[in-house]
Design a protein around this ligand. Structure first.
Ligand code: PMP
Ligand code: GLU
Length: 384
C-alpha cells in the first residue's frame, strides 16, 4: 500500500531522541539534555517584535512562493557582504527551513539513479532525502586521524560516471570540524574536473571557534556556477520553530527549483519572513551567540578531555562535540541507552550518522547543565 521509498526511510534519530528527552523533562525528570539539535536560547526579542508587528498589520497571507522581496534582497546582500557570494535576489529561494532547502536542492539536481556523495559521518537526513527522491546515496569514508575530513584521493576514487552531486556540510553536524580555504580549493578542483555540483549546507557558519573564518564554497573561483548554498535562521538566530531557510545558486537552477515550492509548500511562513529581515540587519546577536557557545565548548572539553574511557574531538564549530566511546567496550547505542537510564543524560549515538563507536553531545544547554552532565558521565564511566 505504502510507496516503497517511503517505507524504506528511517525515522530521524535526532528528532526522536530530542523529543524523548523533552518529554522526560516535561514529566519532571532531571535529565541533562546533550541530545538537543537546537540552541537553548530564546529567539531574540527584536525578531519576535517584528513578527508580532507583522501579524498585527495583517501580514498573514501567502507571499510570493520564492519569498518576500525584502528578505530575498537582505539575503542576497548578506551573501555578498559576509560570504563573498555575488548573487542577485532573483537567485535566492526562501524555504520552510534549511531542511526543505536541501530537499529542493536535491530534487532539482538529481535524476533517479544519479549518485550523490556525502562525507561520512553525516547528518541523519541526507541519506533519507536522497533515497526519497530516487537518488543513489554514496557515503564517503573519512578518518578520525584526518579530523573526519574529505581525503581528495578517496573522493576521486568514489566518483563514477553517474556521480552528480557532492553534499558538503561545514562546520559539520555531527563532528564539529570545518574546512580551510586551501582544503576547499582542493575539493573545488575535483568538482570542476568531474563536472559535478555541490550542495553546501552552511547552516552552522556563524558558530565557528578560535578565530577561524567560515569560507563559503560558492565564493571559490568558478564554484558559483556549480554550488547551491543552503542556510537558514534556526541555529544562528535560535529560530528552529519559525521554519525558515534559504537556497541560493545559479539562476538556471533556482528559476526551475522555485516551481517545486509553488506546488508543495506555496511559500514560507509570511511573518517569519518579515521577522527574518530584522535578524539579518542585526550585527551583534549571532556574534555574541558564538562567543557563548565557544565558552560552553571549552567547559565541556575541559570536563571530558581528561577522562580515560571517552575521547572527545574538540569542536571547531557547531554546538556538537563528537566523542569516541570505543574504550568503554560498549556500542554507541548501548552507551547512550545506559547513560540515559543510569545517569539521566541524553545524547545521540552516532550509528545514524553512519559510524559505529561514537556519540554526539550537544552543548546547546547552560553551563550548570554542562557541569552536571560531565559529573554524571564521569560517574557512569567509573562504573564501567
Ligand atoms: N542541516 C544541518 C546540518 C542541520 O543540523 C539542520 C538542523 N536540523 C538542518 C540542516 C536543518 O535546519 P532547519 O530546517 O531547522 O533550518
Ligand atoms: N539538526 C538538528 C540535529 O541534528 C535538529 C534535529 C534534526 O532536524 O535532525 O539534531
Amino acid at each position: 500500500m505504502v510507496n516503497n521509498r517511503v517505507k524504506s526511510l528511517n525515522k530521524s534519530a535526532t528528532l526522536k531522541i530530542t523529543a524523548l528527552t523533552k518529554s522526560l523533562i516535561r514529566e519532571g525528570k532531571d535529565v541533562v539534555n546533550f541530545a538537543a539539535g537546537e540552541p537553548d536560547f530564546d529567539t531574540p526579542d527584536f525578531i519576535k517584535a517584528e513578527a508580532i508587528k507583522a501579524i498585527e498589520q495583517g501580514f498573514t497571507k501567502y507571499t510570493p512562493s520564492a519569498g518576500i522581496p525584502a528578505l530575498k534582497e537582505a539575503i542576497a546582500s548578506k551573501l555578498l557582504r559576509e560570504n563573498n557570494i555575488k548573487t542577485e535576489s532573483s537567485n535566492v529561494l526562501v524555504t520552510t527551513g534549511a531542511k526543505y532547502a536541501l530537499y529542493v536542492a536535491l530534487l532539482s539536481l538529481v535524476e533517479p539513479g544519479d549518485e550523490v556523495i556525502v562525507p561520512m559521518p553525516y547528518w541523519v537526513s541526507y541519506p533519507e532525502m536522497i533515497t526519497l527522491i530516487g537518488g543513489e546515496f554514496r557515503p564517503l569514508l573519512t578518518k578520525k586521524e584526518k579530523d573526519f575530513k574529505i581525503d581528495i584521493n578517496v573522493l576521486k576514487k568514489q566518483i563514477t560516471a553517474k556521480t552528480k552531486v557532492i553534499v558538503l556540510n561545514y562546520p559539520s553536524n555531527p563532528t564539529g570540524v570545518t574546512y580551510t580555504r586551501q582544503e576547499l580549493s582542493e575539493i573545488a578542483k575535483i568538482v570542476e574536473q568531474f563536472n559535478l555540483y555541490v550542495i553546501s549546507d552552511e547552516i552552522y557558519e556563524k558558530l565557528i571557534y578560535d578565530g577561524r573564518k567560515h569560507i563559503s564554497f560558492a565564493s571559490l573561483s568558478g564554484m558559483d556556477k556549480r554550488t547551491l548554498t543552503v542556510n537558514g535562521f534556526s541555529k544562528a538566530y535560535s529560530m528552529t520553530g519559525w521554519r525558515l531557510g534559504y537556497l541560493a545558486g545559479p539562476n538556471e537552477i533556482i528559476s526551475q527549483a522555485s516551481k517545486i515550492i509553488d506546488h508543495t509548500t506555496s511559500c514560507a511562513v509570511s511573518f517569519s519572513q518579515q521577522a527574518a529581515v530584522a535578524a539579518l540587519e542585526n550585527k551583534t546577536w549571532a556574534e555574541d551567540l558564538c562567543l557563548k557557545f565557544q565558552e560552553r565548548r571549552d567547559l565541556l572539553w575541559q570536563g571530558l578531555s581528561t577522562l580515560d574511557k571517552i575521547k572527545p574531538i574538540k569542536s571547531q564549530g557547531t554546538f556538537y562535540m563528537f566523542c569516541d566511546v570505543t574504550p568503554t567496550g560498549l556500542s554507541a547505542l548501548e552507551f547512550a541507552d545506559q547513560l540515559l537510564k543510569q545517569q539521566m543524560v541524553s545524547c545521540i549515538p552516532a550509528e545514524s550518522f553512519g559510524i559505529e563507536g561514537y556519540i554526539r553531545l550537544s552543548f546547546a544547554t547552560g553551563n550548570g547543565q554542562i557541569k552536571k552532565g560531565v559529573a554524571r558521565i564521569t560517574d557512569f564511566l567509573n562504573g564501567i
